[in-house]
Design a protein around this ligand. Sequence first.
Ligand SMILES: [Zn+2]
Length: 204
Amino acid sequence: MQMKEIRIPEKRAVSFKVGEGKEFEVTDPKGSQVADLVAFQADNTSIRFSTKYTYKKTGKVRISIGDSLFTTEGNPILTIVSDDCGIHDLLYAPCNDWILTDYGQETDTHGCRENLFEALEPTGIPKTDVHSTLNIFMKSTIAEQKYIDIREPESEPGDTIRFRADQESIVAVSSCAGESTVNGGDTKPIDIRVPEDSVINSNF
Ligand SMILES: [Zn+2]
């Protein structure tokens, strides 16, 4: 299948519709950069990817090749078909304006939640539904059995994760805006490859 490649500049996002059985890729071109992903059932966007039902269905808090992302109704929406990195986060929230402010980040740009919402705005999906993300390439660990401890990503330049859509889906991906350990200290672009006929929305 013909694919088109789009570079998401740092601190921005794109959304696209992907048909059932079609595949797309997310690549970290420079290394140590997180990409947040949300997914919605195309014909009923109130049904969406749920991190918690994904823990339940897979029995894992860290998913990779062969694992699916499940919806709020317990059905697979995306399945990981290849994965160069293997370390992604299901625990953490997408960063947003107040999280970045809490971290002391001086910025007039948005966090992932706002960026994902802006890229999804033409689809009519409300911001209140944008909060359950797969944080691709993000390394979270649990310290002392209770504290979430974010480490630098282990993704190398060019590391790619490939997804298959288990149903027609609306997907959005952001290049994470956190200027901290989460992205190895500075923000960088993210590349996506989507089917040639995809309709793309973005906030850049
Ligand atoms: Zn982020």
